[in-house]
Design a protein around this ligand. Structure first.
Ligand code: NAD
Ligand code: UDX
Length: 460
């Protein structure tokens, strides 16, 4: 097969945008067009001011700046981009279903199917269609059926090429991936995609498998990563009642090369758009094959994570004399992890919701998350009216405005800047006793206790 000359990606989100920007950066001879039906998002990708890209990722502005207008384009003209491409990535969202069969567990594939139907309708030349979205195992079968049955008689080859980047480190993950995974049936189509990645990824790091192994490996990778976080979070609770320190336990077990040291940081609970969604999907798939023990095993990872978030909120309430009614609680961080403006499934949302049920006043500061987003996240839960969310929650642009005169501080995201605050000044302004609840084990216990704070950290 000839080298691919034109690539289109449907979906200009957290995955499609950065992934295609790096492919364009590293393959200057390939024209890459990223399309989306969301006009505002495409306009933001085309913004001359690179600080206004629709997603925040360290280093992304430079990559986009180098390739955009040269061989990287962002557009809302989906049909034209499909028509012209040799290879089409589908990188649309695959959220958990909120209705019908599989509600609350199965992946909603309506956006994927719409893409397949549009490709079939428009394409008048052969295409390689690449699944970039995370999908249930055997989705390629359904895609192939739609493409072949509704298309114009052209040939479609389907590949699975799941994405393993993590938000906040997307650009470095893409530049230096542990591996690239490509599943497919056609050796020629696989080779065409291998060539794209070979522009910067060593061949031995490009793994090729059959379609089903590739689709399933993505769900399994996320399940294993999330399982490590839930495992160490389970141990954090045991540490709190036994006098062990979870960081010390992590270090002690992580030195064992069979266990490894990464992803053993106890926290207020994992968030993000992927872990929960993908495990729920895995659980749903296992149940649909009547594999109940398998399903129950993986479901426990989610249940433990829910417990961790609830337990943190309850610790705050209990420590503050069993009532937070009318008390100001400063939230440091709202994003699901540092270095991103993404708040999907962030633990902060659930902790806030719990405290708001108790009529606490929550004052949020996050360096990258807007007030509109905070209110959108809370309104989406539907726990109380939008008016009540605005009455009880304030979002500020200056951290000291959140901290000044607060009864308590809760650290929800591990932003580095929180460590550098003038904690003596914070202490002087806060109510007494001055509580700090560190859901990320970010701050310095010794320093804060010397300043007179009542300091609580997960797992100590
Ligand atoms: P996202 O919601 O940020 O972006 C998806 C985009 O697709 C949206 O902008 C939406 O408007 C667009 N879209 C949906 N249907 C469309 C259609 N028919 N035509 C044109 N545009 C359409 O989602 P994301 O975070 O980029 O995730 C995309 C996929 O990648 C998901 O399956 C996700 O599970 C997977 N994934 C995400 C991450 C991550 O860190 N976010 C990492 C690995 C894999
Ligand atoms: C994850 C996977 O890492 C990535 O490979 C996949 O492509 C998408 O899903 P992401 O959700 O962006 O990436 O971030 P990740 O770094 O995995 O963190 C997920 C959540 O787990 C965050 O809330 C993070 O704070 C939490 N976490 C992570 C911990 O609490 N402790 C850890 O040790 C690691």
């Amino acid at each position: 097969m000839n080298r691919v000359k034109k690539i289109t990606c449907i979906g200009a989100g957290y995955v499609g945008g950065p992934t295609m920007s790096v492919i364009a950066q590293k393959n200057p001879d390939v024209e890459v067009t990223v399309v989306d039906m969301n006009q505002a998002r495409i306009a933001a990708w085309n913004n001359d001011d690179l600080s206004q890209l629709p997603i925040y990722e360290p280093g992304l502005d430079a990559v986009v700046g180098a390739a955009r207008g040269r061989n990287l384009f962002f557009s809302t003209d989906v049909d034209k981009a499909i028509q012209e491409a040799d290879m089409i990535f589908i990188s649309v969202n695959t959220p958990t279903k909120t209705y019908g069969k599989g509600k609350g567990q199965a992946a909603d594939l309506k956006f994927i199917e719409l893409c397949a139907r549009q490709i079939a309708e428009v394409a008048s030349t052969d295409k390689i269609v690449v699944e970039k979205s995370t999908l249930p195992v055997r989705t390629a079968e359904a895609l192939k059926s739609i493409l072949d049955n509704t298309g114009n008689g052209v040939n479609f080859h389907i590949l699975s090429n799941p994405e393993f980047l993590a938000e906040g480190t997307a650009v470095s993950d893409l530049h230096n991936p542990d591996r690239v995974l490509i599943g497919g049936e056609s050796a020629e189509a696989i080779e065409a995609l291998v060539q794209v990645y070979e522009a910067w990824v060593p061949r031995e790091r490009i793994i090729t498998t059959n379609l089903w192994s590739s689709e399933l490996s993505k769900l399994v990778a996320n399940a294993f990563l999330a399982q490590r976080v839930s495992s160490i979070n389970a141990i954090s609770e045991l540490c709190e009642v036994t006098g062990a320190n979870v960081d010390e336990v992590s270090r002690a077990i992580g030195q064992d090369s069979r266990i490894g040291s990464k992803f053993l940081k106890a926290s207020v609970g994992f968030g993000g758009s992927c872990f929960q969604k993908d495990i729920l999907n895995l659980v749903y798939i296992a149940r649909s094959y009547n594999l109940y023990e398998v399903a129950n095993y993986w479901e426990q990872v989610i249940l433990l994570n829910d417990h961790q978030k609830t337990r943190f909120a309850e610790k705050i309430i209990k420590t503050m004399y069993n009532t937070v009614n009318g008390k100001d609680i400063a939230f440091l961080g709202w994003a699901f992890k540092k270095d991103t403006n993404d708040t999907r499934e962030s633990a902060a949302i659930h902790v806030a919701d719990h405290l708001l049920d108790e009529e606490a006043h929550v004052i949020v500061y996050d360096p990258k998350v807007t007030a509109e987003q905070v209110y959108r996240d809370l309104d989406y839960l539907g726990t109380r009216s939008p008016e009540d969310n605005r009455r009880l929650v304030k979002v500020v642009n200056d951290p000291y405005e959140a901290l000044d005169s607060a009864h308590a501080v809760a650290v929800l995201t591990e932003w580095d800047e929180f460590k550098t605050y003038d904690w003596a000044k914070v202490k002087a302004g806060m109510k007494r006793p001055s509580f700090v609840f560190d859901g990320r084990k970010l701050l310095n216990r010794k320093q804060l206790e010397e300043l007179g704070f009542d300091y609580y950290a997960i797992g100590e």
